[in-house]
Structure formats: structure tokens, C-alpha cells
Design a protein around this ligand. Structure first.
Ligand SMILES: [Fe+2]
Ligand SMILES: [Fe+2]
Length: 169
């Protein structure tokens, strides 16, 4: 593998596992606040991010590259509200989309065609990730501080099944 591309993909692996860790920290917050539906949603999300990390992990090894597992920063543990958690989910997913775009651009410049093909999956996945997060945030912005509506939303979030989790090829 091209060394520049390998290094950038290793950064992305770190970022996917970091996202998993961030969503786990959000799970702890929601569970302790007794938003059990949101906690379930975030558990599934954390598992998806772990699988994104593993998808690139397996890809690098298949390409006979060295996976370099870097340190993961301690995630934010406290949030102002349930709505604030999901504002952060959306902001995070937008940032990841930008990261994947930059990584894809690097692969393009480096003529790393196989890596571009692999990253296609991530580009498509980010469209879905942002869409889902944007829809949840829109509802939280609508209901504001209405406790009954917030509890309804929590219940709705809890309906997310683990089967939605991405299945890496
Ligand atoms: Fe991801
Ligand atoms: Fe994500």
C-alpha cells in the first residue's frame, strides 16, 4: 500500500473506534438519566462504528498493510440534555463525512484506486448516517422542553434494532 494512504486510513480506523467510544459514553449518560430508549439507540450506533473500524482494519490487512492502532481520546461524558446528545451525534457525523471526503480526495491524488473503491462504501454510509441524525435532531428541535414529547421520542429511539447495524463485507 501507498504509505501516505496507509497512514491516512490508519487515522480513519482510529476515528471510527473513537466514534464508537464517544457513542458508548453517550450511552452511559442516557442510561443514567433513564432515557433507556436513547441508550439503546446509542448502543447500536456504537456497535456500528466499531464495525466501520473493523471494516477498514480487515481491508488494510487484506492489502498486506500494517494496522496501527492509536490511542483513543477520552470521550465527553456529560451533556446538557437528551437533545444536546443528538445535536452532538449530528455534528459528529457531519465531521466524519468531511473526513471521509478528505481521505477519498487523498486516495484520488495518490491514484490509490483499490482504496477509493473501499471508501465508496463509507461515502454512501455517511449519507444515511447524516440523514438519520438530522431527522432525530429536527424532532428534538420541534418538541423543545415538552417532557411528554421527549419521553415519546425516547421510546421511538428504543425501537432501533441491532440488525440495522452495518454488516461489513
Ligand atoms: Fe463510522
Ligand atoms: Fe457514524
Amino acid at each position: 500500500m501507498n504509505a501516505t494512504v496507509l497512514s491516512a486510513i490508519n487515522e480513519q480506523i482510529n476515528s471510527e473506534f473513537g466514534a464508537s467510544y464517544t457513542y458508548l459514553a453517550m450511552t452511559v449518560f442516557c442510561e443514567r438519566e433513564k432515557f433507556l430508549g436513547a441508550a439503546q439507540w446509542l448502543r447500536v450506533q456504537a456497535e456500528e462504528e466499531r464495525q466501520h473500524g473493523m471494516k477498514l482494519f480487515n481491508f488494510v490487512l487484506a492489502r498486506d498493510g500494517a494496522v496501527d492502532l492509536k490511542a483513543i481520546d477520552q470521550p465527553k461524558a456529560k451533556y446538557e440534555s437528551l437533545a444536546a446528545v443528538f445535536e452532538q451525534v449530528l455534528a459528529h457525523e457531519k465531521a466524519v463525512t468531511a473526513q471521509i471526503n478528505t481521505l477519498y480526495e487523498l486516495c484520488f491524488e495518490q491514484k490509490a484506486f483499490v482504496e477509493m473503491a473501499e471508501l465508496q462504501w463509507f461515502l454512501t454510509e455517511q449519507v444515511e448516517e447524516e440523514k438519520v441524525a438530522r431527522e432525530i435532531v429536527a424532532k428534538f428541535r420541534l418538541v423543545k422542553n415538552d417532557p411528554a414529547a421527549i419521553l415519546d421520542m425516547d421510546r421511538e429511539l428504543g425501537a432501533r434494532s441491532p440488525t440495522r447495524a452495518a454488516t461489513p463485507a
